[in-house]
Design a protein. Structure first.
Length: 157
């Protein structure tokens, strides 16, 4: 059964989970200059969007000015990533509005665990219920800081 997109207005902005509204080139332009996805290839962004529940923020011209991406099995777990709002549209509560839509989204109900990693937005996430990992000694990761650089370099050859 197809999902009816969720959309609501937040002041002069539109918050929507409609994948048809996503603008991969605009998302790529922003993510490519972040500390967490520097040099990410457009094709990688497109695959990530396709495999995730995405909530976007759009201005009056329908230009994408924000994103929050959610990777989930829709049963037990959700990983929050790629949350951003363009600099000129910040301080309007858009990140919080996208996160609120996700926390109430029908596909993301009943999940046992939500995770995220942030270098600079702890206060935002604390306001919506996130806190430090209770047992960090249980968590492990493989983190490859150079993967996007290698992908870009391999396409230059």
């Amino acid at each position: 059964m197809p999902h009816t997109p969720l959309e609501h207005h937040h002041g002069k902005y539109l918050i929507s989970d409609n994948p048809a509204r996503l603008q991969p080139e605009a998302i790529h332009a922003f993510l490519g200059r972040t500390y967490w996805a520097e040099n990410i290839p457009l094709e990688t962004v497109q695959r990530a969007l396709h495999g995730s529940l995405c909530i976007g923020a759009y201005d009056a011209t329908q230009a994408q000015i924000g994103l929050a991406r959610f990777i989930s099995d829709y049963a037990t777990f959700c990983y929050v990533c790629d949350v951003y709002v363009l600099e000129e549209h910040r301080k309007h509560g858009l990140a919080r509005a996208m996160m609120a839509m996700a926390r109430h989204h029908p596909k993301l109900q009943g999940l046992r665990r939500w995770n995220l990693v942030t270098g600079d937005a702890h206060n935002l996430y604390a306001k919506i219920g996130f806190g430090p990992i209770r047992h960090p000694e249980r968590h492990m990761e493989i983190l490859d800081h150079e993967v996007y650089k290698r992908l870009v370099d391999s396409t230059d050859e």
